[in-house]
Write a protein that binds this ligand. Structure first.
Ligand code: 23J
Ligand code: MN
Length: 257
């Protein structure tokens, strides 16, 4: 109780700030493009119902059309075959939507090499410098990729060999999946796996090992540059889609000024 009163006071005074880590959701929001033999996700679309007009003289509202995995979104365990018997997005406990955030800053590496893969040695070196990844943490992989977020072509960074965006090695995905008690992995890119994730020795290792270990993904995050390496609290709020594999998601961070 005392802690929540202190938090309320610090929110009111600005000593604790609320950051929005969410990308705007609109018809140009980048989506994942899989090879053409696979089913494709949908872009976001608004469909107007009425706008203070003959269809509704005092009200404006829309229907919307979107993929579950469009824009800043949450990957639930049942999104991947390895987690097929685990939680759908509606069953994820609310207590597991909020946790301490750690921010692993690999902007320099991703800038030098868009195919940069975070490996176990990087995570261990980060922990040596900043302390252990706490229990129940959101692990946020900062790559600077969000600067391309308003340019779908640059965001996908694809050539004839497919997309080139940073991600994690199989071993690093296994570390987060099985050797750290985390909520999940948050990234700035279109999905939690590298652009070349399909061609790794375990295809899409982050999906495979996080979903398979009842952990979650958060994508297309912004403003990670405004977070400390340790000390922020992150709240993810996916829609409670019954049976859903994920959802567009508002992601907020609390930071101490
Ligand atoms: C389906 C297949 C491959 C991938 C993805 C979805 C995602 O990235 C996603 O949004 O979950 S890599
Ligand atoms: Mn997804």
């Amino acid at each position: 109780m005392a802690n929540l009163t202190a938090l309320a006071n610090e929110l009111a005074s600005g000593a604790v700030q609320v950051l929005d880590l969410t990308s705007p959701l609109h018809s140009e929001t980048p989506i994942l493009n899989l090879p053409p033999e696979f089913g494709q996700t949908a872009t976001f679309k608004l469909e107007e119902i009425s706008h203070y007009d003959e269809k509704g003289p005092a009200w404006y509202w829309n229907n919307f059309h979107t993929g579950e995995h469009t824009g800043t979104h949450f990957d639930a365990p049942n999104h991947w075959i390895t987690g097929k018997d685990l939680d759908d997005v509606a069953s994820v406990p609310a207590s597991r939507l909020i946790g301490p955030a750690v921010v692993l800053d690999f902007v320099k590496e991703a800038q030098a090499n868009p195919d940069f893969l975070l490996d176990v040695s990087h995570i261990e070196a980060w922990e040596k410098e900043h302390g252990a990844i706490p229990k129940g943490a959101w692990v946020l992989f900062r790559t600077g990729w969000s600067k391309f977020g308003d340019d779908p072509k640059a965001f996908a960074n694809a050539d004839e060999n497919g997309p080139h965006t940073p991600g994690l090695t199989v071993e690093a995905a296994d570390l987060l999946g099985t050797k750290r008690d985390v909520l999940g992995l948050g990234v700035e890119t279109v999905g939690i796996d590298a652009g070349a994730g399909f061609s790794l020795s375990v295809p899409f290792p982050c999906h495979n090992m996080l979903m398979g270990n009842n952990k979650y993904g958060l994508t297309q995050l912004r403003n990670l540059d405004k977070l400390p390496a340790q000390g922020a609290i992150v709240i993810a709020a996916p829609l409670k889609i019954v049976g859903g594999s994920g959802s567009p998601c508002r992601v907020l961070a609390l930071i101490q000024k």
